[in-house]
Each structure stands twice: as C-alpha cells, then as structure tokens.
Design a protein around this ligand. Structure first.
Ligand code: COI
Length: 355
C-alpha cells in the first residue's frame, strides 16, 4: 500500500465548458501523480502534485534511447455521478509485461491501481459527462539517469496525467478509412511489438503520414517477415466479421494485447459467435471482400473504443466494407462496451471498478 503525499493546487484551472469539444489528449487536469525509482531503494516518494512541467537533464536516458513505457485507460462518470475505471488490473499487469521487455523495474499491480484511483479521485470533477467523453488516464515511466551509455537506467519516474477527452478519431463513430501498409513494418518477432512503449509508435509515424497523404486516417500493419499477415492498426487492434465468424489476428509477440480486444472476444463469445484468433492473410481479406463474405471490420482500443472501418486499401485494391456504414455487430459492441463502462448496463464480467 502506497503512502501517497498529496499537495493540492492553489490555482485551479478553468475546466472546459460542458458543451466544449474536447478533442483527444489536449487538455490536462489540475493534478498529476509522481513516484521515483532509485536502484537499491526501489519505488519511493509517491505523491500527487499540481500538474506542472518537469525538469530533467538533457542527458536523461529517455531522450536518447527511448527507455520508456506508457499505458492508457479511462475514467467514466455515470448518470448518478459514480466514477468507474474499466479493468485497471489489466493495465497494471501489462505495465509489468512492458517493463520486463524494456528492463524497467516492475511496479506492484496493487500500487499501480491505487495510484490511478487516487489521482482520478482528486480530479474527479474534471471527468466530462457529454456523450462519448471520459477522462483519459495516461500512466507512464521514463528512464532518468544522466548518462549517454547504452544500458538500463538506474533511476526512473512513474507519472500519471489525466486528460478530459472526446472521441479519439474526429469522425467519432463514423467508419474510418484504413491504409494497409505494404512497405514499412511496425514490429518484428522477438522485437517489442507486444509492449506499450513509445518506440513502436515512433516506428508507425511514417506509415501514418503516408496514409494521411492518401486520405486514409489510419494504417493497418502487416507482419514484419512476409508482409502478408494482418497485425494491428497501431492505435487499436483489428477485427473482421467474415461469413458470420469473428476473426482477429492471434497474439504472436508483435501485436499489442489490447484490453478492449480481450473484452470484445469475451463479449462476442458470450453472444454465441465463433471467435477465431489466428493468422489472417491480406489475400484472404481481399478474397472475402470479393466474395461478399467480409461483412464488418472494426478496430478496438481504449482510446478508440470500437471503431468501425468503412474502407480498406491494399496496393490497388480498395475494399468498401458494409457500404461504408457501421455494422450491426460493431454497433452492438460499442453500445455494450460503453454501457458497461458508464454504468448504464449490468456488468456480468465484473469489469467495472469504482473510484
Ligand atoms: C489507448 O488506446 O489507450 C492507446 O494507448 C492508444 C494510443 C496510441 C492513443
């Protein structure tokens, strides 16, 4: 159990108006959580302080070799003003999976969840309530040794910042167009594609720029060896409904094990769908679309929730999905997932955690 020291701001910021468009990750609350790590001492000095800039040596290792990790979850406010997190224990577990890969010391899962709850609680009045909005929670760890040698750092900072946010994609629930990248790759087997670390996202930017230049909003990555099998979108996992079955790429080490992905699989199975986690080649998709069997495509992610895909482009093939409209399963998943998250529906899996 952490003994968190709390220093409240004396200059609270103006909160966004109820009807103000929030965007995603642009506005930050009054407070943040910080905890330091020093080799030999472990994690120490957990504290909540006013949201502020931090000061680091320009030689801090994170700036040079990218030893860092991050997580993403959301806090939701119900119609009765209750505050919920969604499966924060999964974020705590994944933090340590990422930490192991990046040689960052583990954080006890219960400390991670306690810290999230504590900082969300302090800034609970910042949780927006307009439809589709929530408080995006961004825990992250950076390597802080002042040293230019390539080695794991001996000191770290763990921080949690909070951003009242709307939909991740400006189009909201309207289906997005996705570019299947056939030149660059995001991750390779044995690499760190399964870990939530900045380097994976840095590697994805060039594909995103390429996709934007072609008027597509996101990139679908193929495997790093044969550039043949579907992996993930980068900001979300991907699902296909093919001939009545729900199909998603199996976790193979280069795909992020999404919490919304896991929840989607559980929901679909509970509704009686056959769910297949397996390799899916891009050729299989093109074929299924030609035969009229590619019924729906959607992404899943904490930020993106359930994001229908209306169009896929692979080299010269442009695949229109479900006439560019949101599919029945995508809509049902969105309604059920958000219904559970905002406390509007029963929570049969015990996913909601009160703050
Ligand atoms: C999330 O969905 O929380 C993520 O971390 C994706 C991020 C790139 C916005």
């Amino acid at each position: 159990m952490l003994d968190i020291k709390i220093t409240k701001t004396t200059e609270p910021k103006q909160k966004p108006a109820a009807d103000q468009p929030l965007g995603f990750g642009k506005i930050f609350t009054d407070h943040m959580f910080i905890m330091n790590y020093t080799e030999g001492q472990g994690w120490h000095d957990p504290r909540i302080v006013p949201f502020q800039n931090i000061s680091l040596s320009p030689a801090a290792m994170v700036y040079h070799y990218g030893q860092e990790m991050f997580e993403g979850l959301k806090a939701y406010k119900s119609e009765n003003d209750e505050v919920y997190l969604f499966r924060p224990d999964m974020n705590a577990k994944r933090t340590n999976v990422t930490n192991d890969r990046l040689c960052i010391p583990n954080i006890p899962e219960e400390d991670f969840v306690q810290a999230v709850k504590a900082v969300v609680d302090i800034d609970r009045d910042w949780i927006p309530t307009a439809p589709g909005t929530s408080l995006y929670v961004r825990p992250f760890i950076i390597a802080t040794d002042e040293f230019l040698g390539v080695a794991p750092s001996h000191t770290y900072m763990f921080m949690i910042i909070l951003a009242p946010s709307g939909a991740y994609y400006s189009s909201g629930l309207a289906p997005v167009g996705i570019w299947i990248e056939d030149e660059y790759v995001r991750a390779v087997r044995g690499g760190m594609g399964f870990a939530k670390t900045g380097g994976n996202y840095a590697a994805s930017l060039i594909g995103q720029v390429k996709a934007h230049n072609e008027d597509y909003s996101q990139v679908l990555w193929l495997d790093g060896v044969e550039r043949k099998y579907i992996e993930e979108v980068g900001s979300m996992n991907i699902f296909f409904k093919i001939d009545g079955k729900v199909v998603t790429p199996a976790l193979n080490g280069s795909i992020l094990p999404g919490i919304t992905r896991n929840s989607t699989i559980q929901l679909c199975k509970s509704w009686g769908y056959d769910v297949e986690e397996r390799k899916i080649s891009v050729d299989e998709l093109v074929e299924a679309q030609k035969n009229g069997k590619l019924e729906e495509v959607f992404g899943t992610g904490t930020a993106a929730v359930i994001s229908p895909v209306g169009k896929l482009r692979y080299v010269d093939d442009v695949m229109l999905i479900n006439n560019g409209e949101i599919g029945e399963l995508s809509q049902k998943l969105y309604d059920t997932m958000t219904g559970i998250q905002y406390g509007k529906l029963d929570d049969p899996f015990g996913w909601r955690v009160s703050v």
